[in-house]
Ligand binder design. Structure first.
Ligand SMILES: [Zn+2]
Length: 501
C-alpha cells in the first residue's frame, strides 16, 4: 500500500512541472529566455542574400507604419516579434528552432506541432474575457469592435467570463501585445494608448486565438525578402521562421492582419525591411484595417471545421460558411452560392467584361465597392495594365485602393495600389481552375438551386478588380480622381477555346 502511494506521488511530481512548463505563465523566465535569444540571434543573417526588387532606383518610403510595431517601440526588448508575450515553453521552442537552423541540425526536441496547437486552442470555440478597466467606455467599444471582426466572420465567440478557468483579461498596458493561443489561467491582452485601430485589436486577438505572425510562416521565403542591412542591430531574432506550425492548405497572405508592416524593425524609415518578392504587393503587407479572407478561413479551419456537414464543393477557394452552411464563404470579389460568380458591387460600377483583341480602357471614379471581372475565352489570357491610380498614398493600402487578383488562387489578397500606378503589364495566369465535377453539371443536383447563374463550370477570368474610392470624400470630392485600367484581350490561339462538355 505504501509502495503504491509513493508511486502515485512520483507521478505527480514529474507531471506537474511539465504541465506548468507548457502552459504556465512565467514572465521572468520568458524575459530571460527572450534576452538570451536576442543576443544569440543578433549576429546571424536571416535569409540568403537579399536581392532587391528596386535595383533601378532606391525606395523612398517616407510613410508611417500603422501597425502595433510603431506603438510598441518602447517595449521591443520585452516582447517577441514586437507584440507577443510567450510562455517559457513557446520561447524555448523558438530558440530550439533557431539553433537547429544555424547549426544545420534537426530540432533537439521533436514536438508534435498539431497536438501542441490543439492544446493551445480554446475549447467550445469560446473565449471568455473580462475588462480590467470598465469605466473607459470608448476603450471598451474599441475592444468590442475588434472582437466583432472575428465573430462576424467565424464561429468563434467571446463571452464575459463567469467561472471559466482560462480567460483573457483586456487591460490598458504600455503598448499592444498578447499571448499566443490559450496559455492557461488568466492571460492578458494589452490595448494601450496608440493601439486604437480596430485592426490592431483584431491582430492581438488573432494571437490569442492562436496565430503567429504571417511572415514567420515556414514558406515565407517564397514571398518576401528581408533586408538585413536595414534591420535594427540586435533585433534579427524577430524575423525567424517558425517550422512547426500546423500544416494546412491555407496559402500565404500578404493582406493578412497578422503580417508585419514593410518597415518593421527598420533602422531607417526611408527603407523597408520587408520587400515583397513581387514588388506589386509592397503596399499590401501590414494592413490593420480588417481581418483578411485568409485570416478568417484559417480561424474557421481551426475552430469551425466540423460545423457544416454537407459539402457544397465551393469554387475558387471558397468553403462552407460555418455561420450559414447553405452557402459558401467566398473570397472578396466573388459571390453566389458556390463562389462561381462576381460579387455584387455598389450600383453603377463593376461587372463582367470580355477582353477582346484590341486594348480597351476602364475608367472609374465611383465611390463604393466595385468589382470587375475580366473574362477571356477558355485557355486564353488577359493582358492588363494600370496607367493611373490616384488614392491616398499609404504604407499599407487600407481603405481606399485598387486591388488586382491575377493569380489562379483567388483566396489570397491581390496586390493593392494606392500610391501610384505600378508599371509593367500583367498577364493573367494561364491555367484556370479545373471545371467542377461532372455531377454538378447537367440536370438536377445543384443546378436547380443555382437557377440562372452562369460561369459555374469553368473559364474563369482571373481578375477581380476592387476599388474603394472613398478617398473622394476625404479629398473634398475631387471628381477627377480616376483609375484607369487598360486591358487587352488574350492572344487567341487557333480555334475558339475548348468546348466544355
Ligand atoms: Zn503581432
Amino acid at each position: 500500500m505504501l509502495k503504491r502511494t509513493s508511486f502515485i506521488a512520483l507521478w505527480l511530481i514529474t507531471l506537474i512541472p511539465i504541465i506548468f512548463a507548457q502552459f504556465g505563465h512565467d514572465p521572468q523566465r520568458f524575459q530571460s529566455l527572450l534576452k538570451g535569444f536576442f543576443k544569440l540571434s543578433a549576429n546571424y543573417a536571416l535569409t540568403p542574400k537579399w536581392r532587391s526588387n528596386y535595383n533601378q532606383h532606391s525606395i523612398v518610403y517616407r510613410l508611417g507604419d500603422k501597425t502595433e510595431y510603431s506603438v510598441n517601440k518602447k517595449i521591443l526588448n520585452d516582447v517577441f516579434e514586437a507584440d507577443m508575450v510567450l510562455t517559457p515553453y513557446q520561447m524555448e521552442d523558438v530558440i530550439d528552432t533557431f539553433k537547429a537552423r544555424v547549426h544545420g541540425r534537426p530540432k533537439r526536441v521533436k514536438r508534435n506541432a498539431a497536438a501542441d496547437s490543439v492544446k493551445l486552442r480554446w475549447p467550445n470555440r469560446t473565449i471568455p474575457f473580462e475588462f480590467k478597466d470598465t469605466k473607459d467606455a470608448k476603450w471598451i467599444t474599441l475592444l468590442r469592435d475588434g472582437m466583432a471582426k472575428w465573430t462576424r466572420e467565424t464561429c468563434l465567440r467571446f463571452v464575459p467570463r463567469t467561472t471559466q478557468k482560462d480567460y483573457v483579461t483586456f487591460f490598458r498596458g504600455g503598448g499592444c501585445y498578447s499571448s499566443v493561443g490559450r496559455t492557461g489561467g488568466k492571460q492578458y491582452i494589452s490595448i494601450g494608448y496608440g493601439c486604437e485601430g480596430g485592426g490592431i485589436v483584431a491582430h492581438e486577438l488573432g494571437h490569442a486565438i492562436g496565430f503567429w505572425h504571417e511572415q514567420s510562416r515556414p514558406d515565407r521565403d517564397e514571398y518576401i525578402n528581408l533586408n538585413n542591412d536595414n534591420i535594427i542591430k540586435g533585433t534579427y531574432g524577430n524575423f525567424e521562421k517558425r517550422t512547426d506550425l500546423e500544416r494546412t492548405d491555407i496559402p500565404y497572405d500578404f493582406g493578412s492582419v497578422m503580417h508585419y508592416g514593410p518597415q518593421a524593425f527598420t533602422n531607417n524609415w526611408n527603407y523597408v525591411t520587408i520587400e515583397t518578392k513581387d514588388h506589386r504587393f509592397q503596399h499590401t503587407i501590414g494592413q490593420r484595417a480588417d481581418i483578411s479572407f485568409i485570416d478568417v478561413k484559417h480561424a474557421n479551419h481551426l475552430y469551425c471545421n466540423d460545423i457544416c456537414k454537407m459539402r457544397l464543393h465551393c469554387l475558387n477557394g471558397g468553403y462552407e460558411n460555418p455561420l450559414d452552411c447553405s452557402r459558401c464563404k467566398c473570397p472578396p470579389g466573388l459571390g453566389g452560392i458556390r463562389c462561381e460568380r462576381i460579387a455584387t458591387s455598389t450600383p453603377g460600377c463593376g461587372g463582367d467584361l470580355i477582353a477582346t483583341a484590341t486594348w480597351s480602357v476602364l475608367n472609374s471614379a465611383r465611390v463604393g465597392k466595385c468589382y470587375w471581372r475580366l473574362l477571356a475565352p477558355y485557355g486564353q489570357r488577359v493582358r492588363f495594365e494600370i496607367t493611373d491610380a490616384d488614392y491616398k498614398c499609404d504604407s499599407s493600402c487600407a481603405e481606399n485602393y485598387l486591388e488586382i487578383k491575377h493569380q489562379r488562387d483567388m483566396q489570397q489578397t491581390g496586390f493593392r495600389q494606392c500610391c501610384n500606378a505600378v508599371p509593367d503589364t500583367l498577364l493573367s495566369k494561364p491555367t484556370f481552375p479545373k471545371p467542377p465535377l461532372a455531377n454538378w453539371e447537367g440536370q438536377g443536383g445543384l443546378n436547380g438551386l443555382l437557377g440562372q447563374e452562369t460561369g459555374i463550370d469553368n473559364t474563369f477570368e482571373n481578375y477581380v478588380v476592387k476599388e474603394l474610392p472613398n478617398v473622394l470624400r476625404s479629398t473634398g470630392g475631387r471628381a477627377d480622381i480616376s483609375s484607369l485600367f487598360t486591358l487587352v484581350d488574350s492572344l487567341l490561339r487557333a480555334g475558339s477555346g475548348k468546348k466544355k462538355k
